[in-house]
Ligand binder design. Structure first.
Ligand code: GTP
Length: 342
């Protein structure tokens, strides 16, 4: 069985981190996000198709150096084709019913159970569903009691919402879904293809799961995902190899070769590899990119520092993005494809 992992987005809401790396490679407890996703695939999946575009070389390199015990195909789109176009572009590798997963979810979904559900319902498409409180930020499903989805409502007011269940970014699809997607253009699976399948087949089902789910789309949800996995693993903090820590860390994760100076204090923070954090530095709810230096006595809150940046001593930042380098050529100024708001 094949699984297509959609990993070609620019991840604009995660800039400046995504100026220099693919979103799927952002580290959580010092392992790329995609590591968790590939490890959650059922045994039955013997072929993983990575639908890539932006920063594809980095993804290819990572997969070449890590053995997941499955055949991995890096399917390189000539240009971003959107969530639907990317699936169509992978058609040549698909041999039967197949999984599609967004590369940016961290969750406890049991895909075997979802596949069983799909087969029992004789479905054409099954979509994973997650229950939320804030329906007005999401596309919500309108669904019958037996799980048959009859429509989606985008960002409804709470009183108008047909349910509190949203698309969790994992699907199990029959090959005939591919016939609905036009070749060679930007197509959104969620906005264009799913509504058509609902109308035409009436065999579109929703599979709710419990446990945890985070869509790592924004800096805050990225930090939250890191904290969630720390909690699941009952860790106060996580450190990579060859670190020197002379300060306090809580709910934080640091990469390899990180130096943390005397009396520094890190809370709810992610630090990438090769970083030097000076003495008396306070970091709260921050992300610090690779090869950064944070000067002594600095105090950063709710802020993100891109790779290779230097923050001079005694800097105070709240809710800021640090990026003093050129934005990579071709990087979009705003979201493309599924615009979900910043
Ligand atoms: P933003 O720019 O912040 O919206 O992020 P994004 O570009 O990653 O978009 P979004 O979060 O909506 O994407 C959901 C999933 O689909 C992510 O795993 C993306 O990598 C993936 N994705 C989005 N657009 C494309 C595309 O054009 N091609 C491929 N292969 N994957 C895509």
């Amino acid at each position: 069985m094949e699984a297509i992992i959609l990993a070609g987005g620019f991840g604009t809401r995660l800039r400046p981190l995504t100026y220099t790396r693919a979103k799927a490679l952002l580290p959580i407890l010092n392992k790329p996000m995609i590591h968790y996703l590939i490890n959650m695939l059922p045994k039955e999946v013997d072929k993983v198709i990575l639908a890539v575009n932006y920063r594809k070389d980095q993804i290819e390199e990572y997969l070449k150096n890590n053995n997941f015990g499955k055949e991995i195909i890096v399917n390189d789109e000539p240009e971003p084709l959107g969530t639907g176009g990317a699936v169509k572009f992978a058609e040549k590798h698909v041999t039967g019913s197949f999984l599609v997963l967004n590369a940016d979810i961290i969750c406890s979904l049991n895909l075997d159970n979802m596949i069983d559900f799909h087969e029992k319902k004789n479905a054409v498409s099954t979509i994973s569903l997650w229950r939320v409180e804030n329906v007005s930020e999401f596309g919500v499903v309108d669904m019958k009691d037996d799980g048959n989805v009859i429509g989606f409502v985008e960002k409804p007011k709470p009183e108008d919402a047909p349910s509190d269940l949203i698309n969790a970014g994992a699907y199990f699809l029959e090959p005939k879904v591919l016939d609905y997607i036009e070749t060679g253009r930007l197509v959104s699976m969620e906005k264009e293809i799913f509504p058509q399948i609902i109308t035409d087949t009436e065999k579109f089902f929703g599979f709710e799961f419990k446990g945890y789910w985070i869509d790592v789309g924004r800096i805050q949800s990225y930090i939250d995902a890191n904290k969630l996995l720390l909690k699941n693993q009952k860790l106060k903090y996580y450190e990579g190899n060859d670190c020197e820590i002379d300060g306090e860390l809580s709910k934080s994760s640091i990469g390899s070769n990180v130096f943390i100076g005397n009396n520094a204090n890190l809370g709810s923070t992610i630090v990438f590899d090769n970083v030097k954090i000076g003495k008396n530095v306070v970091l709260n709810n921050c992300v610090i990119g690779e090869n950064c230096r944070i000067g002594d006595h600095s105090n950063l809150k709710n802020s993100v520092v891109g790779d290779n940046e230097i923050v001079i001593e005694k800097t105070v930042l709240d809710n800021k993005m640090v990026w003093d380098q050129p934005v990579p050529h071709g990087y979009p100024k705003k979201q493309i494809g599924n615009v979900i708001g910043e």
